[in-house]
Design a protein around this ligand. Structure first.
Ligand SMILES: *Cc1c(COP(=O)(O)O)cnc(C)c1O
Length: 551
């Protein structure tokens, strides 16, 4: 009996470009830990033959997008099974590819990539598994039908017996309709479906929820949408995937304690727990720290909880490991962008999807002050990265503003915007900078995970108190906060937050980094020991197993 883990995006490795950001990377890390822990689980997503997109940025800060060509045959094998789903009254055929994901001990778990590029399908349907988050609502809903309903049917055709269906965010919630069809004849059909479903929500604001107009939904779903459910499935006239997930799942969770609270107040009447996200410890640890951990904590890759013992190892070795990771990052940016960033200068890192709520340009809110701070210390360097969704005008404007500001200060402060942020560049960045910055608008960062990756590499976090950082933050011990405490209900004010960010940099962080190196290394050490040992997917997956999968 397996758990089926459904996700619209899964990030397994750089050369399988089927992810766009944190949601997909979390899915990949989750499955990686399941493989390590030898859990009976199957991952399911779409193939995305053209990936998400490859980003380049011109001198004015405009983002340009290209398809990403990759060859599934290099990474997976096509299985012979074929199933059919009805979309807009047409029969759409679905096939799948199998990738064997190997854990650190060599155990492998299957990850299935659904594909509609088959001769039986018309030209439009062939494209349904080409682009992640591409095209319009009609295309997206068709993709969600393929994932949710097609996914359940593929599992059935493979003879998999499924104990629980885990929906990683609402995109796959249509799977509940297929289970509802399969459970016909049960005394309480909805209860029977709920027994089988686990739903993880990641979206702390109503506007972010995936939803579709009534007419579109009815014409596309047709007979997949049982008449007797219509009344309760449409919320304010729309088919809302979050409500679908909530209605049909017995176990529901948010992805950090704070996000659990926010979700409970957004969706009164549902029992919503929280399981705080993590990252895969071995995957996200740089070579130099892997070596150091293995020297003092042999077997840590099987047991990342043992990172807590990092407290007792010599601080010089932590610093040396960090300098190796830093040198790797700086060589990369210096070579690729013709820069001369140096090893001794305090380096700030920020990289994530360029979504408005992440306020990526906050560091540049007052560039005169930023330059004064840099000149008043032994200097700073700034490295950024991140893609904006192709249809996100505001996100693209953020990138443009960042680049424009970088151009204004670059004679005083060395700056770099790394193009095409992906899992490989993320690995370099989170390990190679001296501090990892995050500036989301509360309470919109449901969890955030890049700061956990940084923590595994001894890189302290400087962040607004939102998402996981509410739990991981101990001031001056694991990093630094920006702005109000998480209990304060007031709206975040970007100007005040920016002031606070500059004050922390000027009066606390830079003096400590340059003049009290021992104290600084203690913070690095605690980042690993306190946060690396806890904010990992081994701990997270064990919580899902105990609370959601086998309860
Ligand atoms: C970890 C990761 C993210 C998520 O970062 P957040 O801190 O959650 O914004 C996004 N993109 C890539 C490529 C990542 O590796």
């Amino acid at each position: 009996m397996h758990v089926a883990y459904f996700s619209m995006e899964i990030g397994l490795e750089n050369d399988i470009p089927t992810y766009s950001g944190g949601l997909g990377v979390l899915a990949g890390d989750t499955l990686r830990s399941c493989a390590d822990l030898k859990l009976p689980i199957i991952g399911i997503t779409l193939l995305y033959k053209k990936g998400y997109f490859k980003q380049t940025i011109d001198g004015d800060g405009n983002q340009h997008e290209q398809d990403m060509a990759w060859n599934p045959e290099d990474k997976m094998t096509r299985l012979p099974n074929k199933v059919v789903v009805k979309i807009e009254g047409r029969d759409v055929y679905i096939n799948c590819w199998l990738h064997e994901l190997k854990g650190v001990g060599g155990n492998a778990i299957p990850v299935l990539f659904l594909d509609t590029d088959l001769p039986e399908n018309n030209d439009y349907d062939k494209t349904l598994t080409q682009k992640l988050y591409g095209n319009d609502h009609r295309y997206r809903l068709a993709q969600e039908i393929v994932l949710g309903i097609g996914g359940v049917r593929i599992l059935e055709s493979l003879g998999c017996e499924i104990r629980k269906y885990h929906m990683n965010e609402g995109h796959s919630a249509l799977l509940a309709l297929e289970l509802y069809r399969k459970e016909q004849g049960q005394p309480d059909i909805i209860e029977a479906v709920r027994d089988k479903c686990v739903f993880t929500t990641h979206t702390p604001v109503p506007a972010g929820h995936d939803q579709f107009e009534r007419e579109l939904s009815k014409s596309m779903l047709g007979e997949n949408l049982p008449k007797e459910l219509e009344a309760e499935l449409f919320f304010r006239g729309k088919l809302n995937m979050t409500y679908l997930g909530l209605r049909f799942s017995k176990f529901i969770n948010g992805v950090a304690k704070k996000h659990g609270e926010v979700s409970r107040s957004m969706f009164p009447g549902y029992h919503i727990e929280s399981i705080t996200n993590g990252v895969h410890s071995y995957y996200w640890t740089s070579d130099s720290f892997r070596k150091l951990f293995s020297k003092y904590l042999p077997g840590w890759e099987y047991d990342p909880f043992s990172l807590r013992y990092m407290l007792s190892i010599p601080s010089q070795e932590i610093w040396d490991a960090h300098m190796k990771a830093k040198s790797k990052l700086l060589s990369y940016v210096n070579k690729k962008y013709g820069l001369s960033m140096d090893q001794e200068t305090f380096t700030i890192g920020f990289a994530r999807r360029a979504a408005t709520y992440k306020r990526g340009d906050m560091l540049f809110a007052n560039i005169e002050r930023l330059m004064r701070i840099a000149q008043g210390s032994k200097g700073i360097q700034i490295i950024y990265g991140g893609k904006a969704h192709p249809n996100d005008y505001e996100g693209k404007q953020i990138i443009k503003r960042i680049i424009e500001n970088m151009n204004k200060i670059k004679l005083k402060i060395k700056v770099c915007y790394i193009e095409n942020y992906d899992m490989e560049t993320a690995k370099l960045l989170v390990a190679g900078v001296d501090i990892w910055l995050n500036t989301p608008q509360r309470p919109r960062e449901a969890s955030g995970t890049s700061g956990m990756k940084a923590a595994h590499n001894g890189v302290p976090h400087l962040s607004i108190l939102d998402g996981w950082w509410v739990e991981g933050h101990i001031e001056l011990l694991t990093g630094f906060s920006i702005g109000a405490s998480s209990e304060e209900q007031k709206e975040t004010d970007t100007r005040e937050d920016a002031e606070d960010l500059y004050n922390k940099l000027e009066y606390v962080i830079l003096p400590m980094f340059y003049s009290e190196r021992d104290k600084w290394i203690k913070i690095m050490q605690h980042s690993i020991a306190i946060n690396g040992s806890f904010f990992n997917t081994h701990r997270m997956v064990q919580q899902y197993v105990l609370n959601a999968y086998f309860s």
